[in-house]
Design a protein. Structure first.
Length: 518
């Protein structure tokens, strides 16, 4: 039985069961056995993290930054073993996905967090000299529980991803819950994180890891008075259950839930380059077997001969695509349920929709519905996590706007428009609606990619997330999720944090009497 990382040491779990990682390509369980932790493990983790929180909050930011950079270096040095293990546990290709894309992304996120910590740009120091009032962000001063997703074993791992980097960057201890789809990868990452913590001289319980727990204990964890906040990426049902428990205890929660990421193709764009866009759609929907939170799940087209050609081209490409390898049997089951629900809601299946062997594979799937049905039937907005998308045919630009108005909140919304300007008026009217429906508005590109950039918004209105004012990707903004706003009123200069002292000894950017200055 693999150990858990609790209280600064790897130790046997207080378990109530066990599970195995799974190789989806071979459709078999892997030999390593991982514990399902009982409440004593979680209670011990909370106690250790709460005890470590004051010392971590008082740690110099430079020390935190060096720890994050050291962790990034350790990940890169262990590239071969990490990539091989993640590929085995998830079925994701080692090259280019894990080795050339995801692992560098994970390391770059850690370094971006280190830069923001060192520059203190996430603090937003604000000073009113006349009133003698000053404020800045600071550590929340309590443990952060991070529940990681299944689809990014490295870049969004509970013990390596943006949530982790943000929480530790804000100088809060992290209690990471690994996803059962890649527990071995999480264990290996946690060893590197723990070694970096010890090398930096941080409190040993700054990073802790358990693999799985009961539903009841998970709810108990996020509602515990010792916890500071929750970060979760996963299913809407699971996230909302955790949020309800956290809300009842007054604990903030930052959730990434579900999104259909609508793509609107304007009439001019469809006439100008419809077949090209159909190819982009196919590539985006089937990348990683569609297992991306920003995969385009709905495409809205103006009906007519150009749309007919688009549908035919997309159908041909989806039909010819080799079945994609899914992360696990749970993803396959959920995808089958979602597709069945979409068909019950009125969608017509054009191609695909069947699980195949060997391994846990699924056909690329294309469905179709008309705009009137989509507007009338909320069930057509169900996310089908996997290589599937729904084509929605609208009679005209007004019907396309009706579809946009009916949308729930999403992570992204995309508009393809003609290069010669003929769609500009219709674009303006549609974009005004979509701006309130998604965190990130895209033009003329599929939404699948999420760049590690300070300007990136990976968030959006409910039900895409639990809070539209924050992003899960992009430093320094992501760090502020796990911060408290600290105010100082008539506090003597020598008693203030350095960030707020009159002389600005750190030479950082601050807002002084309404003007940003150094």
């Amino acid at each position: 039985m693999e150990p858990v990382l609790i209280g600064g040491a790897w130790r046997a779990a207080a378990g109530v069961g066990a599970f195995h990682a799974f190789d989806p390509a071979a459709d078999r369980a892997l030999p390593d056995e991982f514990p399902v932790s009982a409440w004593p493990d979680l209670d011990a983790a909370l106690a250790a993290a709460a005890a470590a929180a004051p010392a971590l909050a008082a740690t110099e930011p430079e020390t935190i930054a060096r720890c994050l950079e050291d962790y990034a270096r350790r990940i890169e040095e262990d590239r071969g073993a990490l990539v091989a293990l993640a590929a085995q546990e998830t079925g994701l290709p080692a090259e280019p996905r894990l080795n050339s894309v995801e692992l560098p992304r994970a390391a770059n996120q850690l370094r971006a967090a280190a830069t923001a910590v060192r520059e203190r740009s996430w603090l937003l120091p604000t000073i009113d000299t006349k009133a003698g009032i000053r404020s800045c962000h600071g550590p929340l001063g309590a443990p952060i529980a991070v529940f990681g997703p299944n689809n990014f074993p490295l870049a969004f791992n509970a013990v390596a991803g943006s949530d982790f980097a943000s929480a530790l960057g804000a100088r809060n201890p992290v209690i990471a819950k690994a996803h059962p789809s890649h527990p071995g990868t999480s264990r290996r990452l946690a060893r590197h994180a723990h070694d970096a913590v010890l090398a930096a001289g941080l409190p040993p319980a700054s990073v802790q890891l358990f693999y799985q727990c009961s539903h009841e204990d998970g709810l108990r964890l996020v509602s515990d008075p010792r916890l500071g906040a929750l970060a979760f990426t996963g299913s809407r049902a699971g996230g909302l259950a955790l949020k309800a428990a956290a809300d009842a205890a007054g604990k903030p929660s930052y959730l990434e839930l579900s999104s259909i990421n609508p793509v609107f193709v304007m009439p001019g764009a469809l006439a100008e380059r419809g077949l090209e866009i159909a190819g982009e759609l196919h590539a985006s929907c089937t990348l990683g077997a569609g297992q991306f939170c920003t995969s385009p799940g709905v495409v809205v087209l103006p009906a007519g001969t150009d749309a007919d050609a688009f549908v035919a081209a997309a159908r041909e490409k989806f039909a010819a695509h080799a079945p994609g390898l899914l992360l696990n049997a749970g993803v396959r089951e959920h995808l089958e349920q979602s597709l069945a629900a979409l068909e019950r809601a009125g969608a017509e299946r054009l191609v695909g929709g069947t699980a195949v062997a060997p391994g846990i594979r699924f056909e690329a799937t294309l469905l179709r519905a008309d705009a009137e049905r989509f507007v009338a039937e909320p069930g057509l907005q169900r996310e089908a996590f996997g290589p599937a998308t729904l084509l929605v045919l609208a009679r005209d630009a007004e019907a396309m706007r009706h579809v946009a108005t009916a949308l729930e909140g999403n992570l992204t919304a995309t508009i393809y428009s003609a290069r010669d300007g003929r769609d500009d008026a219709a674009y303006a009217a549609l974009a005004a609606i979509l701006r309130g429906k998604a965190g990130r508005l895209l033009n003329d590109k599929m939404p699948t990619g999420v760049a590690v950039s300070a300007a990136m918004v990976h968030g959006g209105p409910y039900p895409a997330t639990g809070h539209p004012g924050f992003t899960a990707v992009g430093m320094p903004a992501a760090i502020r999720r796990f911060a408290a706003l600290h105010g100082y009123d008539a506090v003597r200069d020598a008693r203030l944090p350095q960030e707020l002292q009159d002389a600005n000894p750190l030479r950082i950017v601050r807002c002084v009497d309404g003007a940003w200055t150094v």
